[in-house]
Design a binder for this molecule. Structure first.
Ligand SMILES: Nc1ncnc2c1ncn2[C@@H]1O[C@H](COP(=O)(O)OP(=O)(O)O)[C@@H](O)[C@H]1O
Ligand SMILES: [Mg+2]
Length: 432
């Protein structure tokens, strides 16, 4: 790998995950130049940002050719589901991310549920419906709580955990009749509720070869102690010991290996990130869902935990030559605390000027999500999740302390964040 010439990289996406991937490129000895499409305010300070419609594969191919990029890293799921990697492959451009055939694992929950059942991988019992009346008749017979999911992509808003039958029916009507998620609600899954603690398992996959990054946990609720509305994620940390060595053994044997074998058996040549959301239940780990890209904000904590250059890994995966035995991980823990805009996750304030600290302690970094760079150079808020403070420490406690020493020094009107990121693990570490 080291003998090859350096490459020009294009990153697709505009969130914190993509800013973390940009930082990886900027540190990589493999990368000579990097640009981003479409990018955000923080990325604009470090690289050229170009406009693009990520749902149009031909537009992406044209952009790659115009910029002379030699390698593409696809951040979010939408371009993957639209076949951007298929189009790049046809044009002879290597890219990190699965083909549309693999991206269906995320783009259709009905498809992934069927995949899990066919390959006998532990997950919640479920039924899929295309018609409202049979769905309502079925849900009335189920015990509570019950989980209702729109099958298609819904930007993390398509799942309702109903605690009454009336609530379950209302969710079915809004998805299948009112069509609040458009065609993403054409198919709906009614699923058994699994009790347990969740973990995010990020795999970098090359066919049946894979690297498992340290298990992480994100914090989806807006309020401390996991209360209030769901968000895109208010923070994350890794590693988490909710995945004990025994859970990890079962995860690999009962979930990961059968999944990768199943993909191969189904004729899907999977290369890219496979995010396995699991519930650690009293009967072992079970799959909540698959995503086909890095989680955001999990990506921001996992990239700094790779001692091996992530670009080298991604290039080898795209080329089909990856061997996980060559990869080294860092010791210690990493955390991200997300700073959100006023009103988030509801109607948000935008356009507020952000003040940054003059310098950062060692091991701390700021990653931008919803920001914009004004022509005068000032950075303003432009999205729900605005920024994240990423900190690495020898222990989680040290990482938490470092992150929260910086968070209050970032200021903008309406800013809010959780003060308890990593609390479950801190309790476990303290033996509570
Ligand atoms: N069967 C289930 N049992 C318990 N909780 C669930 C179940 N399915 C989903 N959830 C909860 O809902 C969240 C969102 O569901 P998920 O399937 O991950 O969809 P998405 O991320 O696309 O919104 C999960 O992270 C989990 O907290
Ligand atoms: Mg999810």
């Amino acid at each position: 790998m080291a003998s090859k010439g350096k490459i020009k990289v294009l990153i697709l996406g505009s969130g914190g995950r993509e800013h973390a991937l940009l930082k990886v490129c900027l540190r990589s000895p493999r990368v000579s130049q990097v640009c981003v499409a479409p990018g955000n305010g923080g990325m604009a300070m470090e690289a050229e940002c170009l406009p693009v419609d990520l749902t149009k594969p031909a537009e992406v191919v044209a952009l790659v050719q115009r910029t002379g990029s030699q390698f593409v890293i696809v951040g979010p799921e939408v371009p993957l589901a639209h076949g951007v990697v298929d189009a790049l492959e046809s044009a002879g451009i290597p890219a990190y991310g699965p083909l549309a055939s693999g991206a269906r694992l995320e783009a259709s929950k009905a498809f992934s549920k069927d995949f899990l059942f066919r390959h006998k991988i532990p997950t919640a019992a479920a039924e899929t419906f295309r018609q409202l009346d049979p769905a309502i008749a079925y849900v009335r017979q189920q015990s509570l709580p019950i989980v209702i999911k729109a099958s298609g992509l819904a930007a993390g808003k398509g799942v309702v955990i109903a605690t009454t039958h009336a609530e379950a029916e209302e969710a079915l009507r809004s998805m299948m009749e009112t069509k609040i998620f458009g065609s993403s609600g054409d198919e709906v899954i009614i699923e058994e509720f699994m009790q347990g603690e969740e973990a995010s398992i990020m795999l970098m996959v090359c066919g049946e070869e894979y690297l498992m990054l340290p298990p992480s946990q994100d914090h989806k609720r807006v309020g401390e102690g996991d209360t209030g509305l769901n968000t895109g994620g208010m923070g994350a940390y890794a590693p988490t010991t909710v995945v004990t060595p025994e859970v990890e053994r079962r995860l690999r044997e009962e979930i990961i290996i059968p999944t990768l074998r199943g993909l191969k058996a189904d004729g899907i040549d999977y290369r890219g990130t496979l995010y396995v959301g699991i519930m650690v239940t009293s009967t072992g780990p079970r799959v909540v869902e698959f995503n086909v890209r890095f989680g955001d904000p999990e990506c921001q904590v996992l990239m700094p935990m790779l001692e091996t250059d992530p670009i080298e890994i991604m290039e080898a995966i795209a080329a089909g030559t990856f061997k996980s035995s060559s990869v080294k991980l860092c010791a210690g823990s990493t955390i991200i605390v997300v700073l959100a805009a006023g009103g988030y996750p509801g109607d948000i304030r935008k356009g507020d000027v952000i003040e940054f600290p003059k310098d950062l302690p060692a091991g701390v970094d700021i990653v931008h999500s919803g920001t914009q760079k004004l022509p005068d150079g000032r950075i303003v808020t432009s999205g729900g999740r605005v920024l994240g403070v990423v900190a690495h420490g020898a222990t989680l406690q040290e990482a938490v302390k470092k992150a929260y020493s910086v968070v209050p020094k970032i200021r903008f009107e309406g800013c809010h964040y959780r003060r308890d990121i990593g609390y479950r693990q801190l309790k476990r570490d303290a033996g509570l």
